[in-house]
Design a protein around this ligand. Structure first.
Ligand code: BGC
Ligand code: CA
Length: 309
């Protein structure tokens, strides 16, 4: 097994709850979020992996994910719905999701999201109190219709597809698993599933954000474990990236060569003592993993016609 160590990005201010880095290939920028600050953060990544911040935008009270949209802006999983962010930083709510059959607040928020190989957006939710079964996974189709794909999740987390689009991986930090589902790229529907990563008996922590490399292997951020792990599609552990702060939240291939792995971290839940012992908590980290990956999928549906069906 390979062991690597990630380096902190000390020139970029740390986040409170850093999450969801992804490479916007059109702009050649890294976008990521600070969930608890409600911010989208943008950075360049040089060929040598030097990260420099170029913009910070407010997207809502909480922002769980950011993905590029074909209109040149971004879609955010913000609060309990989907928000559009313009390149000049203006934001507007596109749809607020109704849950559990009503409009009453159910104490949930958007968490991780990503775009499938043809441009559909997927976003998952979790309860602020992390209660079991309160999370769902939603899909925004290419006509703007919003569908519920899965219910009874707990902390819906990283989601990525294999290169052929026939398998989708979804992490749920509640049961501490990553499942592989058969995926129908024609319809966006999920089929039979199996567990490929199970950390429920592992003291290391829970799977959070994920990335997929050009060999269709998974890079799984282990929340609570200060690690990103590489697994084969069959679930064999092949490499560990050590990160010197415990809440490793997500990762993405970034940079012009897509050959750097950028890792987000979070201060969420750390005591004052833990924060003092982990001064880089909340920072981005970078490592060269020796393999390349893919940029973010781009949402290709309309931005002004989102409606829940
Ligand atoms: C959430 C955190 C949660 C963590 C657990 C993250 O995606 O944003 O609030 O504690 O997952 O794995
Ligand atoms: Ca996450």
């Amino acid at each position: 097994m390979q062991t690597l160590t990630a380096t902190p990005v000390t020139d970029v201010r740390p986040a409170v709850h850093g999450e969801g880095p992804t490479w916007d290939a059109t702009r050649q920028e890294l976008v990521w979020v600070d969930i608890d600050a409600g911010q989208v953060r943008r950075a360049t990544v040089s060929p040598l992996g030097v990260v420099a911040e170029v913009g910070v935008h407010h997207g809502g009270a909480t922002v769980g994910f950011v993905v590029p949209a074909a209109d040149g802006g971004w879609l955010l999983g913000a609060d309990g719905g989907v928000t559009h962010l313009d390149p000049d930083g203006g934001s507007r709510v596109l749809v607020a999701l109704d849950r559990e059959g009503g409009t009453a607040p159910d104490g949930t928020r958007m968490n991780d999201g990503a775009v499938d190989p043809v441009g559909r957006l997927f976003g998952g939710t979790m309860a602020f109190d992390e209660r079991t079964g309160a999370g769902s996974l939603y899909r925004v189709d290419l006509d703007g219709s919003v569908h519920t794909v899965l219910t009874d999740l707990t902390i819906s987390n990283g989601i990525e597809w294999t290169a052929d689009g026939r398998t989708v991986f979804l992490a749920d930090s509640g049961p501490a698993t990553v499942r592989a589902y058969d995926y129908d790229v024609e319809t966006g529907s999920f089929g039979a599933s199996r567990v490929v990563v199970d950390l429920s008996d592992d003291d290391a922590g829970a799977p959070d954000g994920i990335a997929i490399d050009d060999e269709d292997h998974l890079w799984v951020a282990v929340w609570g474990g200060g690690q990103v792990r590489r697994y084969s599609p069959a679930g064999e552990l092949l490499a560990v990236v050590r990160v010197p702060t415990e809440n490793t939240s997500s990762c993405a291939f970034a940079g012009p060569g897509l050959d750097h792995l950028v890792i987000s971290t979070s201060t969420q839940g750390l005591s004052d003592e833990a924060k003092a012992a982990q001064p880089d908590a909340g920072r981005l980290f970078v490592v060269r993993p020796g393999v390349t990956g893919r940029p973010a999928g781009v949402y290709r549906g309309p931005v002004d016609a989102l409606r829940q069906v």
